[in-house]
Design a protein around this ligand. Structure first.
Ligand code: NAD
Length: 320
């Protein structure tokens, strides 16, 4: 496998840049020599995520709700629209904010890209596949989403965002790309954000029982954040419209994940089974043939290595 394609950017705007994935994206773009404007309202992101970036040349923070305004007034050649609550705990707590960010926020980000003649990348999600009837999922699969279930505020906002992005490209010739990210994990996740990896790591390090939902046989495919960021930037560089799946096809059951976290932390924690959330998908695994073929990209960090790095970060920061 050759290395993933890349490109140099002058000035990238990253909405949601103070979040988990967004902060890693900002850092990678700065490392590659781009100026970066991070636009974030800190609804789910944290100032600590970007503390180390604030002193770096070329980095600018703009605090704003992208559903209301996107106050960036200098030329840019890349807009990465990553603002959105992403963990179920967050979007269930912020249902209307999630839908407005996915609709009005996406519109505002598209307008910024159109006016600047910049490349636009939408952070979509494997959640557009809903509770999939096909496994693994390739980009041609239309999904199986309950439009009025509790998760729909996120799933349908992202599906609308994809439709709006596609319409913008058709109506205005905006240079757009849709990346469908599968579950990503790594340093800077919040221990209480409700997603499986930070929950298990936090619980294992605290010696508390690891709470596995249902019988734990539901699967996810977990991609380490550095791999996800490389995939996103490769899709941006390529010029493709997508959608393109960015994820790690290594599927793991939630029970095996919990056991692995216990082993890697050396914890004495037990496993406790709790109720499974409504509409929780049974399986989730990306077909990444398109990303492999077009972008020369595939994940490089295995689950054990990625979890070790994540656990080390939680130990060093207490997950803060
Ligand atoms: P996150 O919650 O850590 O980051 C989201 C960021 O967006 C936060 O900093 C938040 O404050 C900001 N934000 C939310 N609404 C905003 C608004 N209206 N205006 C300005 N800023 C706003 O989540 P994440 O895991 O980093 O996810 C980032 C993006 O990637 C999201 O769009 C998410 O849907 C997508 N995604 C993530 C994953 C994953 O596994 N992490 C998987 C699929 C898709």
């Amino acid at each position: 496998m050759t290395s993933a394609i890349s490109r140099t950017w002058e000035h990238a705007v990253v909405t949601g840049g103070a979040g988990f994935v967004g902060s890693h994206l900002c850092a990678a773009l700065l490392d590659a020599g781009a100026a970066v404007t991070c636009v974030d309202d800190f609804s789910t992101g944290r100032p600590e995520n970007i503390t180390a970036l604030l002193d770096r040349p070329g980095f600018t923070l703009v605090q704003a709700d992208v559903a209301e305004e996107l106050p960036v007034h200098r030329p840019c050649d890349l807009v990465l629209h990553f603002a959105s609550p992403a963990s179920p705990a967050d979007y269930l707590r912020l249902p209307l904010h999630t839908m407005e960010t996915g609709s009005l926020g996406t519109r505002n980000a598209l307008r910024l890209a159109q006016a600047a003649e910049a490349r636009f990348v939408l952070a979509s999600t494997s959640e557009v596949y809903g509770d999939p009837q096909q496994n693994p999922q390739d980009e041609r699969y239309w999904g199986n989403v309950n439009p009025i279930g509790p998760r729909s505020v996120y799933d349908e906002a992202k599906r609308f965002g994809e439709a709006l992005t596609t319409a913008h490209a058709q109506a205005h010739g905006t240079d757009t790309c849709i990346v469908r990210l599968f579950n990503t994990y790594g340093p800077r996740m919040r221990g209480h954000d409700g997603r499986a990896v930070p929950t298990f790591v936090r619980q294992a390090l605290a010696g508390e029982p690891l709470t596995v939902t249902g019988d734990g046989r539901q699967t996810r495919s977990l991609c380490y954040v550095d791999d996800t960021v490389t995939g996103i930037l490769a899709a941006a560089a390529h010029g493709m419209r997508g959608p393109v799946n960015i994820g790690n096809p290594g599927e793991i059951t939630m029970l095996d994940l919990a056991r692995l976290v216990v082993e890697l932390t050396g914890s004495a924690s037990e496993i406790r089974y709790i109720e499974r959330p409504v509409d929780d998908p049974a399986v989730r695994c990306p077909d990444i043939t398109l990303a492999r073929d077009k972008l020369g990209w595939e994940p490089r960090v295995g689950a054990e290595e990625g979890l070790r790095r994540t656990i080390a970060w939680f130990r060093a920061t207490s997950g803060n």
